[in-house]
Design a protein around this ligand. Structure first.
Ligand SMILES: [Zn+2]
Length: 391
């Protein structure tokens, strides 16, 4: 496990690439962003917008929205800056939080049309269970309808443009299998939603139950773009500030040591996403706080050292109440939960501390120290520039 020399991004993130100077692909992309000719990109976006407006359809574009900070930015930008008539599409998550519902309502109250789709909750619950047991990732199945519904609605309503938020290749550095640039069509190749719906056939669920989990076959005439590629002011913090100014609410009484994340305005619509960050932490040695501080470091809002301190303090933290909530939802015991987590823990990165309680978080202790390169085994050592420290 090595860390980027500019941010605390580890090389354990699937799809990340490091260069010879030990700079991660996200930092590389962030540097490129500084020298972009934004005037030219804005002009490109303007041309795309004018082309779809000429079609004179009922709606000019589809925007998939959760009701969070990025949704607010995208919807307002499309309508007020580009002069488009957007149709917002929401895929309601399981256990939709009250603050998540209120934020979605806040967004449409500013004058937008919304179609809200609720994939069959019985199917979703079964798939969430399958995602947890088979991939150690309970939110994996929900990622499919989240992206696919925009394409389905664009296809059904004959809407020529889909505006998506940030390109993970540019903002997270996930460059393997995902193109950098403005074309969002490549999202279909992305690690999280790769493979077809047949992988979700489970416990009596057939393909007709998975309509919203599949991208339409006929996509001719539909274009999909990443807004982050075209708009200079797109940023994690900037979008949050913008959305707050439009009435976005954060998680009430937010405590990073209970949620494992710093920003109370992120991942507010469902608690399963918070729980999934704990699983990500055990699998790859980093959680949501790493992502958050990396954004701030790349935008010059935080030093790498300050970011590392926050990651050490909060990454992988989670209140037991979220675990119990999840166990209750999929109908398993807490014992089964931890027994399953055990299977997915990366044993090169964590060791079991037998002096601690057996079925509680913290039982698995990191062998690594955040920000300090760590090579688990000599025989696995990869050909990287000399690590700062090995222990
Ligand atoms: Zn980096």
């Amino acid at each position: 496990m090595i860390y980027c020399c500019k941010c605390p991004q580890p090389d354990t993130r699937p799809g990340i690439v490091f260069d010879d100077e030990q700079v991660c692909s996200a930092c590389y992309q962030a540097e490129l962003r500084e020298s972009v000719n934004w005037g030219r990109r804005e002009e490109e976006l303007r041309v795309i917008s004018e082309t779809v407006k000429e079609k004179n359809g009922d709606f000019d574009c589809v925007i998939g929205v959760s009701g969070g900070k990025d949704s607010h930015f995208q919807a307002f930008y499309a309508r007020d800056n580009l002069g488009l008539k957007p149709l917002l599409v929401n895929c309601a998550p399981e256990n939709f939080t009250n603050v998540g519902r209120a934020n979605l309502e806040n967004l449409v109250s500013h004058g937008f049309d919304l179609i809200s789709i609720r994939p069959n909750p019985v199917v979703m619950k079964a798939l969430t269970k399958k995602g947890f047991f088979e991939y150690g990732n309970p939110v994996k199945p929900s990622e499919y309808p989240l992206y696919a519904v925009s394409w389905i609605i664009a296809n059904k309503f004959d809407i020529p443009l889909i505006i998506q938020g940030d390109n993970p290749a540019e903002t997270l550095g996930i460059v393997e299998d995902t193109d950098t640039g403005g074309n969002a069509y490549s999202i279909r190749k992305h690690n999280t939603i790769s493979g077809d719906a047949s992988q979700w056939l489970y416990e009596g669920i057939d393909l007709r139950d998975l309509f919203f989990y599949q991208f339409p076959n006929e996509l001719e005439g539909i274009r999909s773009i990443w807004l982050s590629h075209y708009v200079k002011e797109w940023s994690n913090t900037g979008n949050t500030e913008f959305a707050i100014s439009k009435g976005l609410h954060g998680r009430p009484n937010h405590d990073p040591s209970e949620t494992g994340k710093l920003n109370s305005y992120c991942s507010i619509d469902s608690d399963i996403h918070i729980l999934n960050q704990l699983l990500k932490y055990y699998k790859f040695g980093f959680g949501f706080v790493t992502d958050e501080v990396c954004y701030d470091i790349r935008e010059g809002r935080m030093t790498r050292e300050a970011g590392i301190e926050l990651v050490r303090k909060y990454d992988g933290r989670l209140s037991r109440k979220y675990i119990l909530e999840f166990c209750d939802y999929i109908g398993i015991s807490e014992y089964t939960f931890w027994k399953t987590v055990d299977k997915f823990v990366n044993k090169d990165l964590f060791y079991r501390d037998s002096s601690r309680s057996i079925w509680r978080p913290g039982e698995w202790v990191p062998k690594f120290k955040v920000g300090v390169d760590y090579v688990p085994r000599k025989e696995n050592r990869r050909n990287y520039p000399s690590p700062n420290e090995v222990f």
